[in-house]
Design a protein around this ligand. Structure first.
Ligand SMILES: [Zn+2]
Length: 410
C-alpha cells in the first residue's frame, strides 16, 4: 500500500486519479492505492501527487475515532498516517486490526477506511438575517451563571455514576431546574450491575396539539478511567461543561414560551457505555419518537484545542438538516468555525441516531487532542469560557428556531 497527503486548498486540490482512492480529513486529503503499479504511480505524479511513502508489506488503512488521545495512548506503536485529534488514519496489518475490538467501550472505534470518504470537513455556512427575538435570547447567555453551575458540579470531586457524588450533583441540577420553573425529576436507570439516575426536565409548549418536542441533552457523570469510582474525576470539560451549559440554556429559556415542548435531559451512566441515554430511548413509544424534532447534545464544549474557536457538529445522514440548522445558527449568532462529520461516536446522540431520531453532538473542535479527558486533571483551570459561551449561543439559537418562539399577534 502506498499513500500521500495533500492540502485541500493546495495546488493539487481534490484531484481524481483513476485507480487512486481518497479521503478527506478537514484540510487534508489522503490518497492511496493498494496496487504497486508503475503506470498508476506515473499518473499520480503527473497530477502532482508523490505516492510512495513507505508502508510495511500488507498493511491497510483504518479510520479511528477516539475520545481525547485514548487510542494513541493504548497503541503507541501503531503508525499514524493522518492525525486530526478525534480522527486518525492509521496503517495496520489486517490480522492485528482484527484483534482490536470494533467498539472499545467509549474510548475509540476503528473501521477500515473506504475510498471517496469525507471523515470530517470544515464548512462555511451561510449567515442568515438575525431574527430579533432569537437575538434577544442569544444575548441572555451569560458567563456568571454558567461558571457558577460548572463550579458547583466540579466541587463534588467525582460524579462517577455509582458514587454518592453523582447523586448529590444530580439533585443539585434538579433543584436548579425546578427553581427555574421546569418540572424536573430524577429517573432511576440501570448501569451495569448498579444503578444511577437521569434528570428529566420539561417545559410544555403553547402551540396546538399535536406538538413536537425538542430535546437538549448532556451527560452529567464524570470518570477517572485509571483511578476507579472513588478517584478524583472533576470532569470540568467532560462533561461539567455540557451539563452546566444545559442549565444555562434552561435559564435562558425559562422566561420564554415555545410552540413545541422543550425537554432538558441530563444523563447518568454515559461513561460506562451510554446507559442513561440508551435506557431513555428504549422507553420511548413510537409516538414519542415521532414527536421528537431534534436532539441537541453537548459533550465537552469548553477546551480550546484549535487556534480559532471551533465547534464540531457530529451526526449522521438523518441529522443533516439539524447539522445545517446548527451551522446556520453558528454563522449568524457566533464567531465559531464549524466542522461537520457524519461518523457518530461515543456520546448520547448515538442511541437516538440508532433509533432513527435526528440528533447531533456539539463538541469542541479537537484538531489537537485534549489530554485531560477521563483523568483527575480535567479541571476548571483548563476551561475556555468564551468557546463554551459561543457554543451555547449557537445551541440557544438553533433550539429557538426548532422549538418555535411563541410571538404575540400584532
Ligand atoms: Zn463525555
Amino acid at each position: 500500500m502506498k499513500y500521500c497527503t495533500a492540502p485541500v486548498t493546495g495546488p493539487v486540490g481534490r484531484t481524481q486519479v483513476p485507480g487512486l482512492d481518497w479521503a478527506q480529513l478537514g484540510d487534508t486529503l489522503l490518497y492511496w492505492t493498494e496496487d504497486d503499479d508503475a503506470a498508476l504511480r506515473e499518473r499520480a505524479r503527473a497530477a502532482g501527487l508523490a505516492l510512495g511513502k513507505p508502508s510495511a508489506q500488507g498493511q491497510c488503512l483504518y479510520v479511528v475515532t477516539q475520545v481525547g488521545r485514548l487510542f494513541q495512548r493504548e497503541h503507541p506503536d501503531v503508525p499514524v498516517v493522518v492525525d486530526k485529534g478525534r480522527y486518525l488514519v492509521v496503517a495496520l496489518d489486517p490480522e492485528r486490526a482484527r484483534a482490536v475490538p470494533a467498539r472499545q467501550d467509549m474510548c475509540y472505534q476503528m473501521s477500515p477506511l473506504t475510498g471517496e470518504t469525507t471523515v470530517f470537513r470544515t464548512v462555511v455556512p451561510a449567515r442568515r438575517t438575525p431574527d430579533p427575538a432569537v437575538q434577544d435570547l442569544v444575548k441572555l447567555v451569560d458567563e456568571d451563571g454558567f461558571r457558577a453551575n460548572l463550579a458547583a458540579l466540579v466541587a463534588h470531586g467525582t460524579r462517577h455514576s455509582l458514587n454518592s457524588g453523582f447523586k448529590a450533583a444530580a439533585e443539585g441540577a434538579r433543584d436548579v431546574l425546578r427553581q427555574l420553573g421546569y418540572s424536573a425529576s430524577l429517573v432511576p436507570i440501570t448501569v451495569g450491575s448498579g444503578s444511577s439516575f437521569n434528570i428529566v426536565a420539561e417545559s410544555t409548549g403553547v402551540g396546538a396539539a399535536p406538538r413536537g418536542r425538542v430535546l437538549v441533552t448532556a451527560h452529567i457523570d464524570s470518570i477517572n478511567i485509571e483511578g476507579g469510582p472513588s478517584a478524583p474525576a472533576p470532569g470540568a470539560d467532560d462533561n461539567g461543561s455540557g451539563a452546566a451549559g444545559l442549565l444555562e440554556m434552561a435559564r435562558v429559556f425559562a422566561g420564554t414560551q415555545t410552540e413545541h415542548d422543550l425537554c432538558l435531559l441530563l444523563f447518568g451512566g454515559e461513561e460506562q457505555g451510554l446507559f442513561g441515554s440508551r435506557e431513555y430511548v428504549s422507553m420511548l413509544t413510537r409516538t414519542d419518537r415521532d414527536r421528537i424534532r431534534a436532539v441537541i447534545n453537548m459533550d465537552m464544549i469548553a477546551t480550546l484545542n484549535t487556534t480559532a474557536p471551533t465547534v464540531l457538529l457530529e451526526g449522521a445522514d438523518l441529522s443533516q438538516a439539524l447539522i445545517d440548522e446548527l451551522a446556520a445558527a453558528a454563522a449568524t449568532y457566533t464567531s465559531l468555525t464549524v466542522q461537520t462529520s457524519l461518523n457518530p461516536f461515543a456520546s448520547d446522540h448515538v442511541p437516538f441516531i440508532d433509533a432513527s431520531i435526528p440528533a447531533v453532538l456539539t463538541i469542541e473542535g479537537a484538531d489537537r487532542a485534549n489530554e485531560n479527558v477521563h483523568t483527575g486533571n480535567d479541571k476548571l483551570t483548563h476551561i475556555h469560557f468564551d468557546l463554551a459561551l459561543d457554543i451555547l449561543r449557537m445551541n440557544v439559537a438553533a433550539t429557538a428556531a426548532l422549538a418555535g418562539l411563541s410571538r404575540p399577534e400584532t
